[in-house]
Ligand binder design. Structure first.
Ligand SMILES: Nc1ncnc2c1ncn2[C@@H]1O[C@H](COP(=O)(O)OP(=O)(O)OP(=O)(O)O)[C@@H](O)[C@H]1O
Ligand SMILES: [Mg+2]
Length: 230
C-alpha cells in the first residue's frame, strides 16, 4: 500500500503539488488520477517512485517513508511506475528490454516472461526485434510488459494512451483491464472517459490539488467533468 499524506512538492521555488493526500492498495483494482496538462500527475508518480522529494508531508510504501529509500527499493517493495517517456532501450531487442525489467529478481524470470508473452503475444513474436523498430502501440505494450517483469503489486501507468491512434488506445485499455485482474493499476490519464470508466476510485487533479474524489463512474457523470473534459 502506498500512502500519500499531505504532500507539498516543488521544482526549485515553484510549488506544483499542494497538500495532496491519497492512498492506493492491493485491494484496489484500478485507481485513476485524471487532470489536464501540467496538473502535476507525473510529478506525483515521480514522488511516489522516490525520484523527486517532498517539501512537506510524507509518502510511505508498505509502511516505509520513501524519503529514506532508493527508487529500486520502492520497486522491490512492489511499486512500479511506467513513465510517460516509456524509456525503452531502443537498440536492444524486445526480449532484452523485458529482461531489464526483471532486475529486482522477484520470482522466476522465465515464468514471468511467459506470463507477459501470454498477455502480449506480439512481444513473443517480435522478441528478437529492436525495440525502436516497433510501432507506437507495440512500444507501449513493451513498456507495460517490462513494468510487469518486476512483478509489481501496484503498477502505475503514466498516460499509456499518449500518442496512440484510437483503435490502439482501445487495445491498450483492454490490456490494462486484463492486468487489473492480477495487479492493482494506478492509471494516470488525460483520456478521461476511458480512465474513469475503468476506475473503482478516481481523483481529479487540477493545478496541483485534488479537487474531487469519487468512484470512476460517478465522477464521469459529474457536471464538472462533463463541462471541462468530455
Ligand atoms: N523538471 C521540471 N522542472 C520544472 N518544472 C517542471 C518540471 N517538470 C514539470 N514541471 C512543472 O510542474 C507542473 C506539473 O507538471 P507535470 O508534468 O507533473 O504535470 P502532468 O499533469 O503530468 O502534465 P501532462 O499531462 O502534460 O503530462 C507543470 O507546471 C510543469 O511545467
Ligand atoms: Mg504527465
Amino acid at each position: 500500500m502506498i500512502e500519500v499524506d499531505e504532500i507539498d512538492v516543488s521544482y526549485g521555488n515553484i510549488q506544483v503539488l499542494w497538500d495532496l493526500s491519497f492512498t492506493v492498495s492491493e485491494d484496489d483494482r484500478v485507481v485513476s488520477i485524471v487532470g489536464p496538462n501540467g496538473a502535476g500527475k507525473s510529478t506525483l508518480l515521480r514522488v511516489m517512485s522516490g525520484l523527486h522529494p517532498v517539501d512537506d508531508g510524507r509518502v510511505t510504501a508498505w509502511g516505509d517513508d520513501v524519503a529514506g529509500l532508493e527508487p529500486s527499493d520502492i520497486v522491490k517493495r512492489g511499486f512500479v511506475h511506467v513513465s510517460e517517456e516509456r524509456n525503452l532501450f531502443g537498440d536492444m531487442s524486445v526480449r532484452e528490454n523485458l529482461e531489464m525489467g526483471a532486475y529486482t529478481q522477484r520470482g522466476s524470470l522465465d515464468e514471468t516472461m511467459q506470463e507477459v508473452f501470454e498477455l502480449f503475444p506480439i512481444l513473443e513474436e517480435r522478441q528478437d526485434q529492436r525495440a525502436a523498430s516497433m510501432s507506437g502501440g507495440q512500444q507501449q505494450m513493451l513498456a507495460i510488459g517490462r513494468g510487469l517483469m518486476a512483478r509489481p503489486k501496484i503498477l502505475a501507468l503514466d498516460e499509456p494512451s499518449e500518442g496512440l491512434a484510437p483503435k490502439i488506445t482501445n487495445r491498450v485499455f483492454e490490456k490494462i483491464e486484463e492486468i487489473s485482474d492480477n495487479v492493482t493499476v494506478l492509471l494516470v490519464e488525460q483520456h478521461v472517459h476511458k480512465a474513469l470508466g475503468l476506475a473503482d476510485r478516481a481523483y481529479l487533479l487540477e493545478n496541483g490539488e485534488i479537487i474531487t474524489e469519487d468512484t470512476g463512474p460517478s465522477l464521469l457523470e459529474s457536471d464538472h467533468i462533463k463541462e471541462a473534459y468530455l
